[in-house]
Design a protein. Sequence first.
Length: 173
Amino acid sequence: MVEIRFEQSGDIEAVREVNEKAFNEPQEAEIVDSLRTTCKDLLSLVAVHRNRIIGHILFSPVTLKSPSGDITTGMGLAPMAVLPRYQKNGIGTMLVKRGLQHLRDRGCPYVIVLGHTEYYPRFGFVPAYLKRITCQWEKIPEEAFMVLVLDEKAMPKTGGEARYRNEFDQAMA
């Protein structure tokens, strides 16, 4: 049985290990560590199996700036990681669903993700260009940059440019 819960202060090393092993490099783990120290409005969940953290998902603030200059704040999903041994068992799905439900409950207007085009649409994500939303980084495949609108009324009709926090810039360079 897998429990999904909020990350706690004692989970930091285990979360780092999950991200490093899932991505086979330290970059995502370093982004998570950096965001913990610079951003107060994070949603960080872990998947626990037999008292061991085997999965992690992080949501951090993103902004959407419309052509008229209006700014709407939502959340970005990144990273989401599951230890390789536990992948393909629905743990990532559990993490995404729990995170999205929490964001819906707290009135988040949208969530963006840069991810696998076969994976994220099952949660309602669509290519962001369909909502006239562009990514701050060039050379990102249009289909991989997706949005899930949770409150259509809060979205700018003219779309705009979505911007992740600066901690992600180095990974995209």
